[in-house]
Design a protein around this ligand. Structure first.
Ligand SMILES: C[C@H](O)[C@H](O)[C@H]1CNC2=NC(N)=NC(=O)C2=N1
Length: 96
């Protein structure tokens, strides 16, 4: 999969709320009601990641979840990262 240019990445970020491009990856963070809510969302994301064969780098403490997406083989951000990002937004209820 082809690594996207910075211009392409910034254009695609316009369709995602609260995601940013930094260090060859796209990043976001969420805060939930509690740990149960956070881990429940993480479980749903995990199943979707498996289905897409594309997996998040993430960090969770209690009700907080930080997510970074990149494509290792490409050494940067590809279409696959944006596909998973939009799936994550749907799972958390920010997108239809
Ligand atoms: C073979 C398998 O599809 C690859 O190793 C996948 C697995 N999940 C992945 N996830 C992410 N985020 N980036 C990758 O490059 C990647 N590669």
């Amino acid at each position: 999969m082809k690594k996207l240019t910075e211009e392409e990445i910034y254009k695609k970020l316009e369709d995602l709320q609260d995601w940013e491009f930094k260090d060859e990856a796209i990043h976001t963070s969420f805060r939930f009601e509690d740990f149960k809510e956070a881990f429940s969302v993480m479980t749903r994301i995990a199943f979707e990641a498996e289905a897409q064969q594309h997996h998040p780098e993430w960090f969770n403490v209690y009700d907080q979840l930080q997510i970074s997406l990149s494509t290792h083989d490409a050494g940067g951000v590809t279409e696959k990262d944006f596909t998973l990002a939009h799936s994550i937004e749907k799972i958390v209820g920010n997108e239809e």
